[in-house]
Structure formats: C-alpha cells, structure tokens
Write a protein that binds this ligand. Structure first.
Ligand code: SAH
Length: 287
C-alpha cells in the first residue's frame, strides 16, 4: 500500500441465482471479505465482495472458483477489480447509512451524525477493512440479543470482533471488563480506531479463543460462522461463569438443528433463537 493513497481493495463480482446468494456470501466472508453488496433482480443477482488489498487475490479467486464449481456455478465469478481508497470511500458514503439496530442501539458512520435520546447509545463505526457496519443480519441479530441480555458491569468477550461493533456497543451499554478478539490483524487496526472514536476501553487480542485466558465472562458474543464456532464450543463454554450467557451468530437457518445439538453437547443450554431472512442467532447459557 502506498500510504499517500491510503488502503485499497479487491472487488470480486459474482452472478448468483437468488437462492444461492446467502451461501456464496457466507463463503466470501469465510475467505476474509470485509463487506458485500448485493444487487437483487432477475435470475442472477450481482454480488460484489470486497477484500482488503493485503489479501492474496489469486488464492481467494481459486478457492471461490472451486466452491462455485462445486455447486454447479462454474464461471459465476465475473471479474476482479482493484478499488482505490477514493472510490471506496465514495462507495461507502453512498451506502453506509445509520442503522437503528434496536430501540436503544444506533450504529452510524462519523460522517452521518445522529441524535440520540436519553436511553440510547450511538456506536460510531467508520468502516475500513473490517466486517461489521451493522448492515448485516448476523450483526443485527447479535445486537438485539445483546440489548436484551447485557446487564451493567457484565464482563464481556467479543470473539471475531471485526470492526469492534458488538464489543463497543456492549461497552457503551455499561459492560465491565471488555475483551475484543480477532484472528485478523487488519480487522484489529480498525477495532482500535473505532474503540478510540467511541471512547471505549477494552483489551484487544489477536488470535482465536486460545488467545483468551485467565478471565471468566458473564457474556460472550461470537458472530463468526458455524464451521469456525462448532470446534471451539467447549473452550468458549469454559470461559463462562455459571449462569453466564453466549450469543452465537453468523449461522444459516438451515444449520440451526445441528448447531443447537453441538451447543448442548458442549454443556450449554439453548435459551432462544432469533431469525432474519436466512440468518439466525442463538443465545445459550452455562448451566
Ligand atoms: N463482530 C462483527 C464482525 C463479524 S465478522 C459483527 O458482528 O459484525 C467475523 C470476524 O471473525 C472476522 O473479523 C474474522 O476475521 C473473525 N474470525 C474468524 N475466525 C475467527 C476465530 N477463529 N477467532 C477469532 N476471530 C475469528
């Protein structure tokens, strides 16, 4: 990256039948996409997946092409473009609008200020290379559960923090100890910036669940995806105090049954499931 120009991105364009749009989006996120735009209409929707330029484009294209071929969509990837910082900012400014995620939690970019009531918190997120602007269903479902389940002073862990959105919302709602974790160092750069913007203090750790040690949590937030979450359910459960809660998101509706069974097998009790379009979030409790 040339610092004079600012960061830049790859943009992959994929033409997908509407029924497969969610699954292809989930793959893009799994491959490290920090944001997606979907243009609906016609037999094929146009999906644009953005990746920070630091990601290796050839590998992403290769893996995505293999997945697309596997579901009978060879050639669905139309192209890969390079997006400079100025184009990107313009794009974001055009389509990143404030999100009233719950009656209490509002997410907005710094360039669109919002007015809040006495019981509301406004989370300022300036999107860069990390996922988490509040526009995605998986984030919104998490915020709804967070609003419902967080008590002031709760010790919170946000696993897969991306832009920091969930952890910052928890902090503004009165969480006590706050730990924000992500495997992606680029996401953590954005997490730190957003923490500062919101004047929220947190411990920021790079890595997965093994990076977190020593603390016990009242509430864990994990908006990642089931293939990542299932293998780490037991260590996540171990970090919860008795009666502590965990919110899992990034799950597709069709994964609900299998995921809920894995949660129970890890010693947790399922409390509730929230659903929006093809996405679900599941809240569970340590016995
Ligand atoms: N919490 C944000 C971002 C979710 S995107 C929101 O709700 O909008 C998922 C994030 O999880 C990405 O930033 C990705 O880098 C991170 N991630 C993926 N696997 C992980 C793992 N095993 N441990 C921690 N973070 C992980």
């Amino acid at each position: 990256m040339n610092p004079a120009e600012g960061p830049s991105w790859h943009c992959l364009t994929i033409a997908v039948p509407p029924a497969l749009a969610e699954v292809v989006s989930a793959w893009c996120f799994a491959l490290g996409s920090c944001g997606l735009q979907v243009e609906e209409g016609g037999e094929r929707w146009r999906l644009q997946a953005y990746f920070a330029a630091e990601h290796e484009l050839t590998r992403i294209c290769q893996e995505l092409d293999e997945e697309l071929e596997g579901i009978g969509l060879p050639g669905a990837r139309l192209g890969a473009d390079h997006i400079g910082f100025e184009d990107w900012e313009q794009e974001w400014r055009r389509f990143f609008q404030p999100v009233w995620a719950t009656p209490r939690i509002i997410i907005h970019p710094s360039w669109t200020p919002v007015t809040t009531g006495p019981d509301q918190v406004a989370v300022v997120i300036d999107p860069k290379m990390a996922f988490g602007t509040g526009g995605h269903e998986s984030t919104q479902l998490c915020l709804e559960f967070l609003d419902q389940l967080l008590s002031p002073g709760d010790r919170c862990l946000d696993l897969g923090t991306g832009s920091g959105i969930l952890g910052i919302a928890a902090g503004l709602l009165g969480a006590g100890l706050l730990t924000l974790v992500d495997t992606d160092p680029l996401a953590l750069d954005n997490t730190r910036e957003n923490l500062e913007r919101n004047q929220v203090e947190a411990q920021v750790l790079q890595g997965s669940i093994d990076a977190v040690g020593g603390n016990e949590y009242d509430l864990v937030l994990a908006n990642i995806q089931s293939s990542v979450l299932v293998p780490i359910l037991a260590p996540v459960a171990q970090l919860l105090r008795a009666g502590g809660r965990v919110i899992f998101s990034g799950l597709l509706a069709r994964e609900e049954e299998v995921f809920a069974a894995a949660v129970v097998a890890a010693g947790l009790q399922v409390l509730a499931v929230r659903r929006r379009t093809d996405w679900i979030a599941l809240a569970a409790q340590m016995g």
